[in-house]
Design a protein around this ligand. Sequence first.
Ligand SMILES: Cc1cc2nc3c(=O)[nH]c(=O)nc-3n(C[C@H](O)[C@H](O)[C@H](O)COP(=O)(O)OP(=O)(O)OC[C@H]3O[C@@H](n4cnc5c(N)ncnc54)[C@H](O)[C@@H]3O)c2cc1C
Length: 408
Amino acid sequence: MTRSLDSIVGAGLCSGCGMCAGVAPGGPIAMHESAEGYYRPVATAPVPQAQAELVDAVCPGLNIVHGPEAPEAPRHPVWGPLIETKLGWSTDGALRRNASSGGGLSAMLVHLLAAGEIDYVVQTAVSDESPVRNALKISTGRDDIFVSAGSRYAPSSPLGDIATRLDAPGRFAFVGKPCDVAGLRALARRDPRVDAKVPYMLAFMCAGVPSHRGTDAVLTAMGVTDRSAVVSFRFRGDGWPGFATAVLADGTRFTMDYNRSWGTILNRFLQFRCKICPDGIGEFADITFADGWHCDEKGYPLFEETDGRSLVVTRTAKGAALFARAEAAGHVASEPVAIDALRQMQPFQAKRKGLVLSRVAAMISVGHRPPRFRGLSLAANARMLGAKENAKSYLGTLRRLARKRNPG
Ligand SMILES: Cc1cc2nc3c(=O)[nH]c(=O)nc-3n(C[C@H](O)[C@H](O)[C@H](O)COP(=O)(O)OP(=O)(O)OC[C@H]3O[C@@H](n4cnc5c(N)ncnc54)[C@H](O)[C@@H]3O)c2cc1C
C-alpha cells in the first residue's frame, strides 16, 4: 500500500531531503521548516496518485534498498560495497584547509569540472540569505567549490529541485548525505534521466542531521546574544577539524572546538530518522568521504588540529577510476589505508548498523509501520553487537518514543 506523506513524516521517517517536492516542480508539495527546526514536506493540495506512488518508491526516509548497481564491488558486511579504501587530500592547499577534512571530496569536483567530465555540481553551502542556514548550490568552477567546501551540520534538501535539474541541459555531479544519494540512486531505477544526467554521486559519512535549534544552541553556548549581528558562521574547517566560528558585523569572533560543538551540543539535536539510519556510510555513492582521524595508542580518534585528510571509500569501478584520474591529474594525493583501520577512524559508524533492527523493532512495538531497509546486512551487524547492546538500544528507543508518540 502506498504510504502517504503524513504517515512517513508522522512515523519520524522523513530525512528532509526534498525528493518528494523535487520530483514534481510546481506541484502540491513544498519543503518548509518545522517547529522543531527541520525541513519537512507540506502538501497544500491532494498529491496526484502517480507522484504519491513515486514518492513511496524512492523516498530515502522510507526506502534504503540495495539494487543491482555496482555488481563489481565486493560487499563488506559493515562497510558496504567497496573497491578501495585510501586516505586522500586536495593538493590545493587553500582548499584542503577550508574543507571539512582533507578536501578530498572537493578535489573530485574540481577535477570533474576541469576535465570537462561534467558541466556543474549540485551541492550544499551556506545560504545567501542567512549565515546559519543551508542552501542548494550550483557550482561551475574551483572558486564555487571552495565556497561550498566544509560540513554544514544543519538540515539540507539537495534533492529539492531534482526534476528541474534533470530537465535542464548539462550533466552534473551530485553531492549529498548518504540518504540523499540513496534516494537519487532509487530514482535512477525508475527515471533514466538520472543515469544520463548524473554521471557521479558523491557522499560523505554522516552521523545524523542536527536541527536549526542545534545551530542556535551552539551560538548560545559561544556567547552570541544578538543573532541578527552574525554575518558569517561555519561549523568547522579552516583547519582540521577546525572550529565552529561565528563572526559579528563589528568583527567580533566567537569560536568553539569540534569536540564541544559536535560532541556535546549538535549531536543532541539529531532528527529521529537519523537514529534508525541503516546507511551512515554512503553505500550508494560512487565514492564516499569521511574524516580519516588519527588515533591514539589505544585506537581512539584524536581531534587535535593538524593537516586534513579525508578517508576515501571508492564504491563503484567508475568511482575508483575517477579517483585515479584525479590523482594522475594532480588534483588529489593519497596514501593507502587498510580496511581494518576504518573501525578505529570511524568507531561510531562501525557500530551503528548493528543498532538499527532493535530500534526499528521498538518503532513497530508502539504501532508505527517500519521503513524498508534491504540488502544492508543489518541482521549480521545486530548479531555482532550482541544481545545486551540490542536490548539497551530497543529500550532506549521505546523510552524516546514514549516521550514523543509522533517523532516526525
Ligand atoms: C550532517 C553531517 C554529518 C556528518 N557526519 C560524519 C561522520 O559521522 N563521520 C565522518 O567522518 N564525517 C561526517 N561528516 C562529513 C565530514 O565532516 C566531511 O564532510 C568528510 O570528512 C569529507 O570531508 P572533505 O574535506 O573531503 O569534504 P569537503 O571537500 O569539505 O566537501 C564537503 C561537501 O559536503 C557538502 N555538504 C556540507 N554540508 C552538507 C549538508 N548539510 N548537506 C549536504 N551536503 C553538505 C558540501 O557541499 C561539500 O561538497 C558529516 C557531515 C555532515 C554535514
